[in-house]
Design a protein around this ligand. Structure first.
Ligand code: GLA
Length: 386
């Protein structure tokens, strides 16, 4: 097993963390990252010898590191109100940790973001049994979803943008899904420092698709501890309540008068311990909000997350009709993050733009069906300021 420089740094406990780790992790080629074609370094090797690369790119004050394994955002640095950068995305320092047991840190999720009940759905009269990996259900594409695949990565610099085109061909029947799915995800850093994600997919047989990104945000910096003080607003009047297995009941419930009301900015921790049955099911927030804007051709505002202490603010705009807000409930103090500190419950949160969970079994939800000749498209833009 190859020990990368990252391994050494993470192993050293990065107590000298902050600045030291940032510089060291940035590598010599990116000591002062500016706009330019993304550069690649070897991050590690999988058990079968396959090389995994780390790609570094920077633009408009945002610095991004992406792995060819899972399309993982390994680090995303943005400045605070005094111009000090921090990595605001939870992750690991080594490939081995990502492979061993990652709760989808920073990863691309496919073919289907979130859960499909009983890991089964019927399409055009045919029942499809999926890989089941979350009790009786299929979560985030099954046992070996897109987060555990090696993607082809092509860098680009076009106009004022820099980015990466990631592609992966999922074979017909992979994880139980019908159709060969040709997937392309484009990560773009704009000159304003926005991180834009464009998803596209085609198939040769009718199938279902719901792609997303599973970044865990901590705007104080990934080692910053609890995000309970972050303020969150979500442009949604309704959410999809779930059963005890976190599968939507089919109801679109109003958020008014419940802990799920994030229409105005609210500290994440304020209602996190509310004795509401839905909070108990998820051990916190782990629900899909029904964005008021619905499916849109262009990305429209969905949510704002702000860390009052650093001033760092993240705005999310999407073409998708739903947003999974997951308050990091299953982080349990057993994983050591990029900065050498242990992640505990609520040390990061996810805002996953998506179609609603279990849509293939819910004809009343916006459809996730993709047919030959059609192209699945989805865009989410993450904008930062401080
Ligand atoms: C999603 C799910 C959660 C959990 C996390 C990963 O956000 O909704 O229930 O599985 O992914 O731990």
């Amino acid at each position: 097993m190859e020990l990368s420089r990252r391994t050494v740094i993470a192993g050293a406990g990065a107590a000298a963390a902050g600045a030291a780790a940032t510089t060291a992790l940035g590598g010599t080629a990116h000591a002062s990252p500016g706009r330019g074609k993304p550069a690649r370094t070897l991050f590690g090797r999988l058990a079968d010898g396959t090389k995994v690369h780390s790609w570094s790119l920077a633009n408009g004050g945002t610095r991004l590191k992406v792995l060819s394994y899972g399309g993982i955002v390994q680090s995303l640095e943005v400045p605070d109100r005094r111009g000090r950068h921090a990595n605001v995305s939870l992750g690991f320092g080594t490939l081995e940790e990502y492979v061993a047991s990652s709760p989808y840190f920073g990863a691309l999720i496919g073919r289907y973001g979130n859960r499909i009940g009983a890991g089964r759905f019927t399409l055009d009269g045919t029942v499809h049994q999926l890989s089941v990996n979350d009790g009786a259900n299929s979560l985030h594409g099954g046992e070996r979803g897109f987060d555990k695949r090696v993607w082809d990565v092509e860098p680009f610099a076009e106009g004022s943008d820099v980015g990466l085109r990631l592609s992966y061909v999922s074979a017909d029947g992979e994880m139980g899904y019908p159709g060969t799915l040709r997937t392309r995800v484009t990560y773009t850093l704009t000159r304003h420092g926005d991180w834009r994600v464009d998803y596209a997919a085609t198939t040769d047989r009718a199938t279902v698709v719901n792609l997303t990104s599973h970044v865990y945000w901590n705007l104080a910096g990934e080692s910053g501890g609890s995000v309970a003080d972050h303020e969150l607003s979500i442009a949604a009047t309704r959410y999809t309540p779930v059963d005890s297995g976190l599968i939507p009941t089919g109801e679109l419930a109003r958020v008014g008068g419940t802990p799920f009301d994030f229409r105005g900015a609210k500290p994440v921790g304020r209602d996190l311990r509310a004795a509401h049955p839905q909070i108990l099911y998820g051990q916190g927030f782990d629900h899909n909000w029904v964005l008021d804007k619905g499916v849109t051709a262009r990305p429209q505002h969905a949510a704002t997350l702000r860390d009052p202490a650093s001033g760092r603010t993240l705005r999310i705009a999407t073409t998708e009709p739903g947003l999974q807000f997951y308050s990091g409930n299953f982080l349990d103090g057993t994983l050591v993050g990029t900065g050498g500190r242990v992640y505990r419950q609520g040390d990061g949160l996810c805002l996953e733009t998506q179609h609603f969970p279990d849509s293939p079994n819910r004809p009343s939800f916006p459809s996730t069906v993709l047919r030959p000749g059609g192209t699945y498209r989805s865009t989410t833009v993450h904008s930062f300021d401080a």
